[in-house]
Design a protein around this ligand. Structure first.
Ligand code: MN
Length: 440
């Protein structure tokens, strides 16, 4: 699975890509963007690939006839306003497209001559582009696989039994709302709703007082399956198009009051934010790791969720960060304050297990469906990926580098997520930011 596109020695003729912390030649994530109108006569949304500080325009490259074979089919599928048609094609065409884009952008690539001659049409400065949702999202399922997050929440309800009895058998999830998922940098309105604090006799309706973020990995589904035909665990990884970041914004006071007995509803559905670039399954190959062994005494998953190969290489080593930028920090020109650092190895289930479980009863997944992993928290406070964990549901305040304190988000605060993969012998890659500001 490792090929020349992972070779760290290869460089790009796009100078900003060489040594780029997020988008070097070895990453090549897909997204949807609108190029700047002034330079492109037909400035409609289309698929692109992030390369250094630029975006490589897949539609312009198709129009210039730069692709052949399977890659041409994939590039055409990625030329429109959503990546769903590319996602539907599965791994083969996607891999072929990656290899041909690599050959066009590599300094010693076979297609360099052709591509460089057309650079003015093919490359746009990323900061001049509008980045959109990468796909039309039919369904959004949010899992609960961050075991430290699950235990932190459960401990407040029952210190002796923080995890529900099903937790170690079932990749627990709820159906979240697809219509309100937005791309990074779209402001999120503070929701109003019913809430009843424990010391209040009756609920009231008004603005959320416990507005929180949840640091999660976004899993983008590829080809999907027919209804009634479950995806076997051994085939499930083939369903993964790629990964991004998602902020599952959470109105804790609304959620706490409404969730019994059917789970979160309006406390989550007012909005979710995804990062615009999807790091493909291919780009992540070097950063696959074994699923960490379950602690002694934990049950082995049932056979339909167990696959030796998935256990050996179905997890990812992705370092995650959650940061807050307050209006005061922006005014003073301060850097965002990092609240937590965690890693996707803190997930109790693999993404293949999500797919196998989700389809095990016959539910069909479709191209562009989105999974959240659940909040990814590390074992200690330094890794807790939501403010409700950091502030113990608002009972203590977090000190920020600016001298301010927070228990939950205030209007004007931005939550910023970042993710990076590093491994000796390979070029480090990043996911770009997932970012959103709370407004009144
Ligand atoms: Mn969540």
């Amino acid at each position: 699975m490792i090929d020349e596109t992972h070779d760290r020695a290869r460089r790009s003729w796009v100078d900003s890509a060489n040594g780029h912390a997020e988008f070097p030649l070895q990453n090549l994530p897909f997204g949807v963007f609108t190029p700047p109108g002034a330079t492109v006569p037909d400035a409609r949304p289309r698929g692109g690939v992030a390369i250094g500080d630029s975006v490589f325009d897949l539609r312009a490259a198709v129009e210039a006839g730069l692709f052949s074979g399977l890659a041409a089919r994939a590039a055409e599928a990625a030329s429109g306003p959503s990546l769903n048609p590319l996602m539907a094609l599965g791994a083969g065409p996607r891999r072929a497209l990656r290899q041909q884009v690599f050959a066009l952008l590599a300094a010693d690539g076979a297609g360099r001559g052709q591509a460089e001659a057309l650079a003015g049409r093919l490359l746009h400065r990323a900061s001049d582009c509008w980045l959109h949702l990468p796909a039309t999202i039919g369904n959004f399922t949010d899992f609960f696989a961050g075991i430290h997050h699950a235990a932190n929440g459960g401990r407040r309800r029952d210190p002796n039994n923080p995890l529900s009895p099903n937790y170690k058998y079932v990749p627990v999830a709820y159906h979240s709302r697809a219509s309100s998922v937005r791309e990074s940098n779209v402001a999120v309105r503070r929701p109003s709703g019913q809430r009843k604090l424990p010391d209040e006799a009756a609920p009231t309706f008004g603005p959320c007082q416990k507005l929180d973020y949840e640091l999660e990995l976004a899993v983008w589904v590829g080809p999907g399956n027919r209804q009634g035909e479950p995806v076997e665990i051994g085939e499930a990884a083939e369903q993964i198009f790629g990964l991004g970041l998602v902020n599952d914004w959470s109105a804790r006071d609304i959620q706490q009051w409404e969730s019994q007995p059917l789970g979160p509803f309006l406390g989550k559905s007012f909005g979710s934010t995804v990062s615009p670039w999807i790091v493909t399954a291919e780009a992540l190959e070097p950063f696959r790791i074994a699923q960490p062994p379950r602690p002694d005494g934990d049950p082995r998953p049932l056979p339909h969720l167990w696959d030796d190969r998935d256990q050996q290489q179905g997890a990812f080593d992705i370092a995650l960060e959650a940061l807050i930028l307050t209006p005061q920090m922006r005014e003073k020109g301060l850097a965002p304050h990092r609240v937590s650092q965690s890693n996707t190895s803190d997930l109790y289930w693999t993404v293949a297990q999500f797919v196998a479980h989700h389809t095990s009863g016959g539910c069909n997944l479709r191209p562009g469906d989105l999974f959240g992993t659940g909040t990814i928290s590390g074992p200690t406070k330094a890794g807790w990926g939501s403010l409700s964990e950091q502030s113990a549901d608002g009972t203590r305040r977090i000190s920020l580098a600016s001298g301010e304190t927070r228990s939950f988000l205030e209007n004007g605060d931005e939550a910023i997520f970042r993710a990076h993969c590093r491994r000796d012998g390979y070029a480090p890659i990043g996911f770009g930011e997932c970012r959103g500001m709370i407004v009144a």
